[in-house]
Design a protein around this ligand. Structure first.
Ligand SMILES: Nc1ncnc2c1ncn2[C@@H]1O[C@H](COP(=O)(O)OP(=O)(O)OP(=O)(O)O)[C@@H](O)[C@H]1O
Length: 242
């Protein structure tokens, strides 16, 4: 049997909205432990994260994550990768922490008691065992982010896709979440418009108008920042990006 290709691989991946390709023929070969995707507003970052997570069907091309076709094989996709969004309100659907944490595990086919045990073990691992019957509505914004992270990590994904998860968080909350992420054990694909989020990442791709403009090491972040400062000096907000 042939071994699946490790990491994330896209070939000719496009996503069109009407006549416009907001993701335009992207070929990527990415592997962990930490990959950053940088791009300005409207460059297609959220669309890319949803394509890689299998939440959108590409108009063209293929996407494989650790060999899994994430659109065609949803069960394998949710066992392989998790995604954290900017706004945890869009992710949390249950009234208590434990219900929220067991939902994904049940989707993976785990029995009720097994899902509960796995959720409780993850809460304990994050030092939050006492949260199990807390109301999700009563959590602060930072706590909601942490709940989403724990709910995803309970499923033991190999990849965690982060779509600007730190926007709007204060410095201590952000630092705590970064610490949890660094020790979570999943490969990280972190998407952001802010080079500071991706400092220390070994592999960076610069997304520009739905295409990969540059890919490489940390020097790509410096190139991006230089370009953004130049655009910021002359830009007019009337010019729509993307
Ligand atoms: N539902 C939609 N209908 C029409 N255009 C859309 C839709 N969703 C996204 N777009 C367009 O696709 C392009 C890429 O959007 P996307 O949200 O992926 O960018 P982004 O890089 O995540 O932006 P931001 O940093 O502002 O969140 C943008 O020009 C956006 O206007």
């Amino acid at each position: 049997m042939t071994q699946p290709i490790p990491g994330i691989q896209t070939i000719g991946m496009s996503y069109a909205i009407g006549p416009r390709r907001v993701i335009d023929g992207i070929d990527l070969r990415l592997d962990g432990p930490r990959v950053g995707i940088i791009g300005r507003n409207g460059s297609g970052k959220s669309t890319l994260s949803r394509l890689l997570a299998g939440l959108l069907q590409p108009s063209d091309g293929t996407i494989r994550v650790e060999g899994v076709d994430v659109w065609d094989d949803r069960r394998a996709a949710i066992a392989t990768l998790g995604i954290l969004f900017q706004n945890p309100e869009h992710q949390i659907i249950f009234p208590t922490v434990l219900e929220e944490m067991t939902f994904g595990l049940r989707q993976l086919g785990r029995a009720k008691s097994e899902a509960k045990d796995a959720a409780l073990a993850t809460l304990a691992q994050f030092g939050k065992a006492h949260w199990h019957d807390a109301s999700t509505e009563a959590l602060s914004q930072g706590q909601k982010h942490l709940l989403c992270l724990m709910a995803v990590m309970a499923m033991r994904p190999r990849w965690l896709i982060l779509d600007e998860p730190f926007a709007g968080l204060d410095i201590p909350t952000r630092m705590q979440l970064v610490r949890h992420l660094e020790s979570c054990g999943a490969k990280l694909l972190h998407i952001s418009h802010d080079p500071r989020d991706l400092a220390g990442y070994g592999h960076i791709c610069w997304l520009d108008q739905g295409r990969i403009r540059a890919t490489g090491g940390p020097e790509v972040l410096a190139q991006f920042e230089t370009q953004m400062l130049a655009e910021g000096a002359r830009d007019d907000l009337a010019d729509l990006a993307g």
